[in-house]
Design a binder for this molecule. Structure first.
Ligand SMILES: [Zn+2]
Length: 311
């Protein structure tokens, strides 16, 4: 058995996971960072809690795996985006409180590992997950192993439009500036400003503001402006996906994140058509199947728990 810990923006989520990927116990606590040593102690206590709640003993646990939004190297955290920690030997600190190995991974990598073993990537050797959220996270499994090590793929920063929209990374025209949930919200807002008659306004008002799903919901109601937003968004998504597929030729590309919950006819079906029409495999060779990620928010936790199988 394994313990997986998912470090999110505001919470820590830990789970006891068995060899088949079943979550036997789970506990979530608010992320309250009070220094690296206290953080390591919190992780150790959280691990012990789920081990006990799952009815296991410490000596049945192979290791604790943890996914975090940042870069790691071995048992060291190089940085975490939402926690002030740099070059911290976290495994060494952790083992002062709980004598189990601590494996560290990037959160997008962990989501890929979770989907690879227990979701959309089952049965493949070459697999990629793209998570559409605030940005675009990408995790790659090549020949059965996690690609990366230091940190995950930065496929979100493929430039799809020279001199285009500014990106947080400092460049312009990155894929995530056009195909993340944040970008979809921007597209939706600009369509609303140009089309005061659109159903988008009523849909956004009903949910308290513009969200990633606003355009899909209004498109489902038959709104032409919303349909055009969805179409434009999928074209941007396809632009980056075609490059990713051409470079890596994975068997499966899984699409995850909140946006991936959109109805097939508005997202995955047109995405498959566009990628199929434009990817290099149309000249021969293996086509990449495009699937929806299956494990949702659990992928990061399960992937953290299975990290030892993928590195
Ligand atoms: Zn960028």
């Amino acid at each position: 058995m394994f313990v997986g810990i998912d470090v999110g923006g505001t919470n820590l989520k830990a789970g006891l996971v068995d060899e088949t990927g079943r979550i036997l116990a789970v506990k979530r606590i608010p992320l309250d960072f009070q220094g690296a040593d206290a953080f390591a102690q919190t992780l150790a206590e959280l691990s012990e809690t789920v081990i006990q709640e799952g009815g296991a003993k410490n000596d049945e646990i192979a290791y604790v795996g943890m996914g975090l939004p940042g870069a790691v190297s071995g048992g060291n955290v190089l940085f975490i985006t939402n926690i002030p920690m740099e070059n911290v030997p976290l495994e060494a600190l952790f083992r002062r409180h709980l004598d189990l190995p601590l494996l560290l991974g990037n959160d997008a990598d962990c989501a890929a590992v979770g989907e690879y073993f227990c979701g959309a990537g089952r049965g493949t050797r070459d697999f990629a997950v793209v998570t559409l959220g605030t940005g675009i996270g990408a995790g790659l499994i090549l020949d059965g192993k996690l690609r990366g090590g230091l940190s995950s793929s930065e496929a979100g920063h493929l430039v799809i439009c020279h001199g285009g929209e500014p990106c947080n990374c400092g460049r312009r025209g990155c894929w995530e500036s056009y195909a993340s949930a944040t970008a979809l919200i921007r597209l939706t807002r600009s369509a609303m400003a140009a089309h005061p008659e659109s159903v988008l306004h009523a849909v956004a008002a009903a949910s308290g503001g513009v969200e990633g799903r606003t355009a899909f919901d209004a498109a489902e109601a038959g709104d032409e402006t919303a349909l055009a937003v969805c179409r434009e968004y999928v074209e941007y998504l396809a632009d980056g996906a075609v490059s990713l597929v051409n470079i890596l030729r994975p068997e499966v590309l899984a699409i995850g994140g909140g946006v991936a919950a959109a109805p097939d006819h508005l997202l995955l079906t047109p995405l498959r058509e566009l990628v199929g029409r434009e990817c290099y495999a149309r000249h021969g060779g293996r086509f990449t199947r495009i699937l929806r990620a299956e494990r949702g928010n659990d992928a990061g936790l399960i992937g953290a728990a299975f990290l030892g199988r993928a590195i």
